[in-house]
Every structure is written in C-alpha cells, then in structure tokens.
Design a binder for this molecule. Structure first.
Ligand code: SF4
Ligand code: SF4
Length: 159
C-alpha cells in the first residue's frame, strides 16, 4: 500500500468514527429519548417489538384451529433438526383419507431462530413471537408441541 492509500484509509476511519459518535452523542444530549430498558426491574411494563424473534409459535384462532397441514416442509428445511412432524391419516365421512398433523414438535433449545421454517411454510402456519424468557430447570420443558392438544387426533387413524 502506498502512502496516499494509507492516509486515505486513516481519513475514512476517522470519518466513520465521527459518524458513530454523532449518533451516540445525539442520544447523550437527549436524555428523554429512551433507547435502553432496565430489565428485569421493568418486567411488568417491558416493551418488546413485533420483529423480535423470541420463539416459533403456531397461531390458533378463537376456535382453536391452526393452518398446519402436516406437510413436513418446515421439518425438512430446519437446518438443525429442531422440528419433528408426526402425522396421522384422517378419514372423512365419505371414506377419503387425508394426512393431518398429530404433533408439531418444536425443540427451542436447539433452535437458532434462522426463520427458515416460518419462511418456507406453504400454509403460513408458523410465526415468531417476542417471548424471550425461556429459562427452565428441565431440558424436557424446552420441547414444545405447537399445535394445541386434542385438535383432531381422536377422529383419525394412526398412519
Ligand atoms: S408448519 Fe407449515 S411447513 Fe410445517 S408441517 Fe405445518 S404446514 Fe407444513
Ligand atoms: S427458526 Fe430455524 S432453527 Fe429454529 S425451528 Fe425454524 S428452521 Fe429450525
């Protein structure tokens, strides 16, 4: 590197540093603008943000219904095996068989929150929730069944 390139790099570095300090300094002189929260003291009024990737959930409507079809795509796409799909065959009144979800098992202890399962689910059955307090005393409690129990299990035939 020649001397001009060396001096240019130093100059760029100083500019970059000043830009960062300008942002920090602007908050320093605006103490009424809260950018950090005192946790856990403020646990009751803690503000979490919609985009926070705290855990994978399967939203259910008021009738306890969800959109998961048991296709298994999220299980295939999960890079570290955090998801296991167990299905069964649902037999309709006219005798037609259809695959349905028995258990959507999610192991949050292994999840890296990459979001591939949410992005690739064709039914948009999964989403992120902003919950982040996952500390438990037993590892088993980090394994969750995302579809609510007792949904359509009784009507089906093991498959
Ligand atoms: S959550 Fe989505 S991708 Fe996963 S099994 Fe259900 S429908 Fe398929
Ligand atoms: S967020 Fe990523 S690691 Fe976690 S369950 Fe979904 S695909 Fe797997």
């Amino acid at each position: 590197m020649n001397i001009i390139g060396y001096i240019t790099d130093i100059f760029k570095g100083v500019i970059s540093l000043l830009k960062g300090m300008k942002v920090t300094g602007s908050y320093f002189f605006r103490p009424w603008t809260v950018v950090t929260q005192k946790y856990p003291e403020n646990r009751k009024k803690l503000e979490m943000y919609e985009r926070m990737k705290g855990e994978i959930v399967m939203p259910h409507n008021a009738k306890n219904e969800h959109k998961c079809t048991g296709c298994g795509i999220c299980e295939l796409n999960c890079p570290n095996g955090s998801i296991e799909i167990i299905t069964f065959q649902l037999v309709s009144e006219d005798g037609k068989k259809k695959r349905a979800i028995d258990k959507h098992i999610y192991r949050i202890g292994m999840c890296t929150f990459c979001g591939l399962c949410v992005k690739t689910c064709p039914s948009k059955a999964l989403s992120f929730a902003p919950n982040f307090e996952h500390a438990v005393f037993s590892r088993e409690r980090l394994t969750k069944i995302l579809n609510k129990e007792g949904s359509v299990l009784e009507k089906g035939v093991e498959g």
